[in-house]
Design a protein around this ligand. Structure first.
Ligand SMILES: [Zn+2]
Ligand SMILES: [Zn+2]
Length: 142
């Protein structure tokens, strides 16, 4: 019973967030948002497909595009060639593993301020540190 109440409160807050961003809260969009908002890494469409096998690919794609357009998600170009997304909470730093291709969000690391020449309008910032993650460097041995 208590679980049910928590569930409802969570859905309410998602609906509120959607409203603030002009997204109509359909059941499938809420389901998708609940899933992706728990991820601490930049995900591709294929990652979501694995997590939500009951939702078809075009529905997932349309939801991601909508969330991006409404500033709920930001796109991350991590050099993997895959379109990736993560939550648009703030501009943050990403760590990308060049072995497994996983890109982790460092939400509390903010991007250093950069002074750009007058007249240049910044539209998108990608700040990525590339390297080898712990799991991959362990696998490789010393
Ligand atoms: Zn790795
Ligand atoms: Zn991120």
């Amino acid at each position: 019973m208590s679980k049910l109440i928590i569930h409802d409160v969570m859905n309410d807050s998602i609906e509120l967030l959607f409203q603030q961003h002009g997204v109509r809260p359909t059941a499938v969009r809420i389901l998708i948002w609940r899933t992706l908002s728990n991820l601490d890494y930049a995900f591709a469409l294929s990652d979501l497909e694995g997590l939500l096998p009951t939702v078809d690919r075009s529905t997932l794609f349309r939801a991601l595009s909508l969330f991006e357009k409404k500033d709920l998600l930001q796109t991350v170009d991590d050099g993997s060639g895959q379109q990736k997304y993560c939550l648009h909470r703030n501009q943050h730093v990403h760590l990308s593993c060049t072995v497994c291709g996983k890109t982790v969000c460092l939400e509390h690391e903010t991007i250093p301020a950069v002074e750009v020449p007058e007249g240049f309008e910044v539209r998108h910032i990608t700040y990525i540190l590339q390297g080898v993650c712990k799991a991959c460097s362990r696998k490789r041995g010393k």
